[in-house]
Design a protein around this ligand. Structure first.
Ligand SMILES: NC(=O)c1ccc[n+]([C@@H]2O[C@H](COP(=O)([O-])OP(=O)(O)OC[C@H]3O[C@@H](n4cnc5c(N)ncnc54)[C@H](O)[C@@H]3O)[C@@H](O)[C@H]2O)c1
Length: 441
C-alpha cells in the first residue's frame, strides 16, 4: 500500500520503518524538520534496539522517506496512519490539538480528489474522539462523507519503548474499530502479523488502550503497595509475587475481569480489610487496596440510586422491585457480605417493596455465621423471599437480575418489567426486552 504516516516520534518512527520493511511504500510526515532530515538520512528519530539497521534498510531501498508536507505525501496515498502525540493538558485532559491539525490537513489534501483513502488513528485518544472529533473534521475539510471513498479506523498501538521493534512485529493482538471496509484496509496494512485480530466498535478500540494502560499502572501500584507492607512484616515480596504470578487460573487470567456487580462473600472483603488493618498498624498507606473497597461500595450505592430513580419516575405509583439472585455469586447460598444483601437492605430501608428469589437460598437451611449475617441484615428474609421467580416479579417495576438460571431468565422474559437491570453480564436473552439496561455497559 502507499502509506502516509503522520508523527515521526517513538511510535511513528518504529511504525513507518516497520511498515516499509514489510513491503509498503511509506512517506513519514512530521512538522519537525530535523526529524524529517534524520529519517531521510537513513536514521531513526528515536533510540530503540534494532531500529537503526531497519531504518537504514527501509530508506536505502526507497520504501521509506520523510516530508514536512501532507499535501505532497497524500497525492498517491491509499492510507494515512496518525501517530502524533496526545499529551496531557494541565488539567489532565488529553490535548488533541495535534490530532485535530493532522486530520484537518489530511481532509484538505483529499478535497477535490476521489482516490479511496482510509485514515487510521494509531495515537491514543479518549473514547468518542474518532466519532465526535476526527470524523466531523475529516468530512468538513475533505468535502467527502465517510463511506465508499473515505474510511476511518481506530487501531491502537500497544508497543513498549525499549522493545518497540519486537513488539511492533509481534503484538498481542490487532484491535480495529471501524466498518468492515475500514477493517479490511487495516488488515491489509498489517498483513504480516500473525496475532489475533479483533474488529470492534470504534469506542471499544479507543477504550481497550486505556483499559490496558490503566491495568498496567494498577498492577505496578498494587505490587509495590503490597511490597511496602510485606517488607515491614519481614516478608520477601519477590518470593510472594514470583509464586503469585504462577497462578494462571485465577491471578493472571481472565478471572475477576468481567464487568458485573461488586465483589463480596466471606473472603475478599474480610481479607482486604485485614490487610488494610495491618497497614494501619504499621503506618503504611495502601490507597490502591483502600480504593478497591471504596470503589466496591460505590457500585452498590450507584445501583441503589438507579433503582430509586427508576421508581421515582413512576411518580411513586409502583415501588415494587424484584431481586433475582441474593447470594454473592451463582451456585452458593453464602450470603455473607453479598452485595445483593446490601442492596436489598438499602432498598427496603428506602421504603421500596422488595421481593427476592434465589434458586439456591433456602432460609430454613441457613446456619452458623451465614444465618447470623442474614438475621442482622435482612431479619425478615423469610417474608420477602419467594420460591418462584414469577412471584418475586409480580407487578415489579424494576427487576435486578444477577442470576443466569434458565427458569429465572424465562420468568423475567415473561414478566417483562419496565426496567430490567442486568448485573451479571451473561444474560444476553434479556437484551431483547425494552427495559433492559446493563449495570456497566
Ligand atoms: N511512546 C509509546 O510507547 C507509545 C505506545 C503506544 C501508544 N502511544 C501513543 O502514540 C501516540 C504518539 O506517541 P509518541 O510517544 O510517538 O509521541 P512523540 O511525541 O514521540 O511523537 C509525536 C510526533 O508527532 C509530531 N507531530 C505533531 N504534530 C504534527 C503534525 N501536525 N504533523 C505531523 N507530525 C506532527 C511531533 O513533531 C512528534 O515528532 C500518542 O498518542 C501516545 O499516547 C505511545
Amino acid at each position: 500500500m502507499n502509506v502516509t504516516l503522520f508523527g515521526l516520534g517513538y511510535v511513528g518512527s518504529v511504525t513507518a520503518t516497520g511498515l516499509a520493511v514489510r513491503g509498503h511504500r511509506v512517506i513519514g510526515v512530521d512538522t519537525d524538520e530535523a526529524k524529517v532530515a534524520t529519517i531521510n538520512a537513513g536514521r531513526p528519530t528515536v533510540v530503540e534496539p534494532d531500529l537503526d539497521a531497519l531504518t537504514a534498510e527501509a530508506v536505502a531501498s526507497g520504501a521509506l522517506r520523510a516530508a514536512t508536507s501532507a499535501a505532497e505525501a497524500l497525492a498517491d496515498s491509499d492510507l494515512s496512519v496518525v501517530c502524533v502525540g496526545t499529551p496531557s493538558a494541565g488539567n489532565g485532559s488529553t490535548n488533541l490539538t495535534f490530532i485535530r491539525r493532522v486530520v484537518t490537513e489530511i481532509g484538505r489534501a483529499l478535497a477535490g480528489t476521489s482516490r479511496p483513502h482510509t485514515v487510521v488513528i494509531r495515537s491514543t485518544v479518549p473514547p468518542s474522539t474518532v466519532d465526535e472529533i476526527v470524523v466531523p473534521l475529516l468530512e468538513q475539510a475533505s468535502g467527502r462523507r465517510i463511506g465508499s471513498n473515505l474510511q476511518v479506523a481506530m487501531c491502537p498501538e500497544f508497543l513498549r519503548e525499549g522493545s518497540s521493534v519486537a513488539d511492533f512485529f509481534d503484538p498481542p493482538f490487532l484491535v480495529i474499530g471501524g466498518s468492515e471496509a475500514a477493517a479490511a484496509a487495516v488488515r491489509e496494512l498489517f498483513g504480516f502479523v500473525t496475532c489475533p485480530v479483533h474488529v470492534v466498535a470504534i469506542r471499544s478500540a479507543e477504550s481497550v488502550k486505556y483499559a490496558s494502560n490503566a491495568f498496567h499502572a494498577l498492577k505496578v501500584a498494587f505490587t509495590n503497595e503490597l511490597a511496602r507492607l510485606f517488607r515491614l512484616l519481614s516478608v520477601d515480596s519477590r518470593e510472594v509475587m514470583a509464586v503469585f504470578v504462577e497462578d494462571r487460573q485465577l491471578n493472571i487470567s481472565p478471572a475477576y475481569l468481567r464487568p458485573g456487580f461488586a465483589f463480596g462473600g466471606s473472603c475478599l472483603p474480610k481479607d482486604v480489610r485485614s490487610l488494610l488493618h495491618l497497614a494501619r498498624m504499621n503506618t503504611v498507606d495502601m490507597p490502591v487496596l483502600g480504593g478497591a473497597m471504596a470503589s466496591n461500595d460505590i457500585l452498590v450505592r450507584d445501583l441503589a440510586d438507579r433503582i430509586l430513580q427508576a421508581v421515582d419516575e413512576t411518580g411513586g405509583g409502583n415501588r415494587r422491585v424484584a431481586l433475582l439472585g441474593l447470594a454473592f455469586k451463582h451456585q452458593t447460598d453464602d450470603l455473607r457480605e453479598s452485595p445483593n444483601v446490601e442492596l436489598a437492605e438499602i432498598l427496603i430501608g428506602k421504603g421500596l417493596e422488595v421481593r427476592i428469589h434465589d434458586p439456591v437460598v433456602a432460609p430454613a437451611k441457613l446456619s452458623g455465621a451465614n444465618l447470623q449475617y442474614v438475621q442482622a441484615k435482612l431479619p425478615h428474609l423469610q417474608k420477602v423471599l419467594h420460591d418462584d421467580p414469577a412471584e418475586a416479579l409480580l407487578g415489579a417495576h424494576v427487576a435486578v437480575v444477577s442470576c443466569a438460571q434458565p427458569q429465572v431468565v424465562a420468568a423475567v422474559l415473561d414478566a417483562a418489567p419496565p426496567v430490567v437491570l442486568d448485573v451479571d453480564g451473561r444474560l444476553a436473552p434479556l437484551e431483547r426486552l425494552a427495559g433492559y439496561q446493563g449495570v456497566g455497559w
